[in-house]
Every structure is written in C-alpha cells, then in structure tokens.
Design a protein around this ligand. Structure first.
Ligand SMILES: [Zn+2]
Length: 375
C-alpha cells in the first residue's frame, strides 16, 4: 500500500481521543523533521500542538489539522475495532479515517514531496496540528493563535484539511464558516398552586411572548455565500412534574448560527434588549464558539477552485455551510482560509471511513495547491 495509506493507519492505531494526542504528533514530527522542517512542540495545558516550518519569510502557507478524534462510542456497535484500521470494500475504516487523520497524513506526504522538489522555495510552508479541535478547543489553535500574535507570526494562507467533500473528492470548497453563539436562559417566576395563580408568577406565561418574538425574528437575508442567520431553540424545561403546580423557573437553551452581518457582541445586545422589553426577570449565560469568517475572491480561493476543478472534473461548489472549524482562530490573523478534505458522510459516526482511492489522491491535491502558491 501507499505511503499515505500506511501513515493514516499508523495514526488511526494511536487512540487519540480528544485531547490526548497519543503520540501522533511525535510520529509526524519525526517525518517532517527528517524532511528538513523545524518542529516546535507546544504543550499547552493538556493539549499537544505541533508547529513545523520549512523555509522563511512571506508568504506563509499553513496546512492546519488536528490529531484528536471524537470518542468511538460503544466499540461493539462498530463492524471492526475503531482503533484497528481495516479495509473493506475499498474503504479504510477507523475512528479519524475521514476526520481527519487521512488529511493529516496527506499533508505530511504532500509537504515532504514539495520540499524535496523545491528545497529553495520562496516563503514558508508550515504544518500546524493540535490535539484539541474536537474538545474544548481552548489550548489548541485558539491558544496557539494568541502566541502567534505575540510573536508577530503572520499567516497569508491557511488550508484546513477538514472533510469538506460531499459526494466525491474535491466537489466542495469551504470558503468560510458561520459564527456560533449559544445561550442558557433562566426566567424566574414564583412557584404556586395552579388554583391560586394570583399568588404565583408563571415563568412559562411570562416567557412565551418573548420566545415567540425571538423565534419569529428575521435577522438578515444572508451575506454573499452565507445563508441567513438562524436562531434555534434547542431545549425548554420547567415544571415540577405535578400538574397542579406552577413552576418557579423556566430554562431555555438556544443557539445562533450567524453570518458576517453580525458579531457576538451585537447579537447579545439585541437579545438582551428584547428580553428587557418584555420585563422578564432572567439570568442569561452565553457561550461563544467563534465569530464567522469569510475568504472573499483572491489568490487562495482562485487557486483552490482551479485545482479542485482539475481533480473533480467540475468547478467545486463554494460553501460556508456546516459547523465551525479551527480556521476561525487563524482567520482573525489576517489569513485567507479555505477548507479542503475528503468526503464527510461518515464523520463522528460508527464505522467512520474514507475511500482508499480518495485517500491516495489527497497528497497530490494538497501538493498541487502548495505548488501553485509557493513554487
Ligand atoms: Zn475535524
């Protein structure tokens, strides 16, 4: 089997359930170091990060990925052990095969091939890996990006290997991601007997008009290739379990996926004002996952479109869909960011897999992107 296949299997066999790197980055640093990269291990809290560079100065191209994986769930629900790579019907099975040990292995092979062919290339080729993408994402790329700001480390272009393709390799180019903002809202009332409502304050009744306004609100009409901003309630609970008791509190969880019309500060201010207008007594806890980012037309997007078109036989769909990724921490450094990776149909699922043919094509896809940018 090929080099990228063997390296992917070696990574799958290391059970790097987030945030444990389980030796993946040591293996990769060994390879990249032998190819002439300078490797810096950044252990931050419980998290391993690897920053490997070849060449110097601008432009700086970063290949961004993660070595951690989500838990497998009950092993007996898998057709084969999630941490024992196995090929069946032309696909390689194992946790992380698609998200994203295959891409990481392809980065390594592409980077080795590129620096062997262009040892004196202009600028810097860098590989940045973290073991904290699937978990809290605090001491991973978020923290490393802060160090980059302190060091004055500029980044021009960033290619993330997240599995972006939908049906065939290269059919989708991710050019941005929506922002994500979550909230836990507690609306206070006064508990009492349903037969004596004048002696209680029903938080469900108090909240209902505010929640109706919140869910009916039209936030915007979308932004370039972004869909409109959306607020979704994900949970509502109140009640004591008894039908004759007015509960004392209502709890609501909601999440916003938003485009660059908005940022978290302005969304929080809008929602707080709405709740205040309804005169509610409430506590609101926010969790910010990341602001939206967007790479408009430019060198990186044009090059990627052309390379993917050669690969997939047609121009890729250019999308900002899906969840968010670690590119959200690199984009604020001023970098153009895209995401290109294998088919994402099985990610985070039982029997995660990548087609072997796609895996074997990935190093060439990444190498061509690197050549177009740095050769
Ligand atoms: Zn991933």
């Amino acid at each position: 089997m090929s080099d990228v296949f063997d390296l992917t299997c070696a990574l799958i066999a290391r059970p790097s359930v987030t945030p444990d790197d389980a030796g993946c980055q040591q293996l990769i640093a060994g390879r990249l170091g032998a190819a002439g990269f300078t490797c810096e291990h950044l252990r931050l809290g419980e998290v391993d990060n690897l920053w490997a560079t070849h060449g110097s100065g601008a432009p700086v191209l970063v290949l961004l990925g993660h070595t951690d994986v989500v838990p497998s769930g009950p092993v007996e629900t898998w057709s084969s052990n999630p941490f024992t790579p196995e090929v069946r019907d032309g696909a390689l099975y194992g946790r992380g095969a698609a998200d994203m040990k295959g891409s990481v292995a392809a980065f390594v092979v592409a980077a080795e091939q590129f620096v062997a062919a262009y040892p004196q290339h202009p600028g810097t080729l860098a590989v940045l890996l973290t073991s904290d993408e699937e978990g809290d994402a605090i001491d991973g790329v978020r923290h490393v990006a802060r160090l980059f700001v302190e060091r004055g480390q500029a980044i021009d272009w960033c290619i993330t290997g997240e599995p972006s393709s939908t049906a065939k390799l290269g059919d989708l180019l991710r050019v941005g991601r929506r922002g994500s903002l979550s909230a836990k809202l507690r609306i206070k009332g006064v508990q009492g007997h349903v037969a004596y409502p004048d002696k209680a304050r029903n938080p469900i009744h108090l909240a209902a008009p505010a929640l109706a306004e919140l869910t009916a609100r039209h936030w915007d009409d979308g932004y370039e290739s972004f869909p409109p901003t959306s607020l979704q309630l994900s949970n509502i609970s109140a009640g004591t379990g008894a039908s004759n008791v007015i509960p004392g509190e209502l709890q609501v969880m909601f999440n916003l996926r938003y485009n660059p019309h908005w940022n978290a500060d302005r969304l929080q201010a809008e929602i707080t004002a709405l709740l205040d207008r309804h005169g509610l007594d409430y506590v609101l806890d926010w969790h910010r996952s990341g602001e939206p980012f967007y790479t408009p037309e430019g060198t990186l997007r044009r090059v990627a479109r052309e390379v993917l078109a050669e690969f997939a036989g047609a121009a890729p769909e250019e999308s900002t869909g899906g969840g968010t990724s670690d590119a959200r921490f690199i984009a604020p450094l001023g970098a153009q960011c895209i995401e290109v990776g294998p088919v994402n149909a099985s990610i985070h699922q039982v029997d995660e897999n990548v087609r072997v043919a796609d895996l074997e094509a990935l190093p060439e896809l990444y190498r061509r992107l690197i050549e177009r940018l740095l050769a």
